[in-house]
Design a protein around this ligand. Structure first.
Ligand code: ADP
Ligand code: MG
Length: 251
């Protein structure tokens, strides 16, 4: 146990995490800890291992060594769907929404109850589901677009819809990989607002390059470089860290 992990219950504790792809360590003895209600931003140059860290946490990639504890539960032994069930939601870089369905239907089929025996579209649209869909639609700025086909949404709106599809499952930890890429400045501001709102009930890990966006949301920033933590702390602290400046100037 390290000094930072003692005497405290973190939502997520990553310790000594390593993954080796044919001998190349994309993530190398990585440790970091995420608090309740925290927005942690992970930054770092291309190839630093950021996406791989999320892949490891959500069970898409198997760790070679190390531990990932989520609310005390070891995730490295679990399958992807078990990790989702434990309360970890993950958004990939490209939105995976159902383009042919409406905004309402996309949210509805993501409601957890729709996922069992009778299949996603078979359950009754009872009041609980409808209320939840409306609540989430309002949160993701799509309440006036519920009947619109998802294909007709802007790129930014599609990103929000996918965030909504995760939120309707009420994850305790939400992980987002470059959520504002391709968004307008106005959409970025709204996304920052959205993330600040949803951390009242959960923790969020965001990978992002846009420094204005990072400044708008981050409680703490972890700078990754060659699969390791190069620097960690407040935005100010990491921005003024000579090691960080060197890595970014070197690229
Ligand atoms: P980032 O998201 O920080 O840009 P990645 O996590 O995508 O970086 O990748 C980190 C490194 O690991 C890169 O060099 C990448 O080529 C390598 N890598 C990622 N996934 C795999 C994989 N499945 N097999 C082999 N190499 C991989
Ligand atoms: Mg990446």
């Amino acid at each position: 146990m390290t000094a930072t992990s003692m005497g405290k219950d973190f939502v997520l504790s990553v310790e000594g995490l390593t993954v080796s792809f044919d001998g190349f360590k994309a993530v190398n003895d990585l440790s970091f800890y995420v608090d309740e209600n925290e927005i942690r931003v992970i930054i770092g140059p291309n190839g630093a291992g950021k996406t791989t860290v999320l892949d490891l946490i959500c069970g898409r990639t198997r760790a070679t060594e190390g531990s990932i504890k989520f609310r005390g539960k070891e995730l490295t032994k679990l399958k992807e769907h078990q990790i989702v069930h434990a309360g970890v939601g993950r958004k990939f870089q490209n939105p995976s929404i159902y383009e042919d369905l409406t905004v309402f239907e996309n949210l509805e089929i993501s409601f957890p109850r729709g996922r069992n025996v009778f299949g996603a579209l078979m359950f009754k649209r009872d009041k609980e589901v409808i209320d939840k869909v409306h609540e989430i639609a309002e949160l993701i700025f799509l309440k006036d677009d519920l009947n619109k086909q998802a294909a007709l949404l802007s790129h930014g709106q599609k990103q929000w819809l996918e965030i909504g599809m995760l939120l309707i499952q009420d994850p305790e930890l939400l992980m987002l990989d470059e959520p504002v890429a391709g968004m307008s400045v106005a959409e970025r501001k709204l996304t920052a607002e959205l993330l600040n709102k949803i951390t009242k009930d959960r923790s969020v890990i965001v990978i992002e390059h846009d420094m204005q966006f990072v400044a708008d949301i981050a409680n703490r920033v972890t700078v990754l470089h060659q699969g390791k933590v190069l620097s960690e702390g407040s935005m100010d602290k990491v921005q003024n860290d000579p090691k960080v400046k060197e890595v970014y100037l070197g690229h």
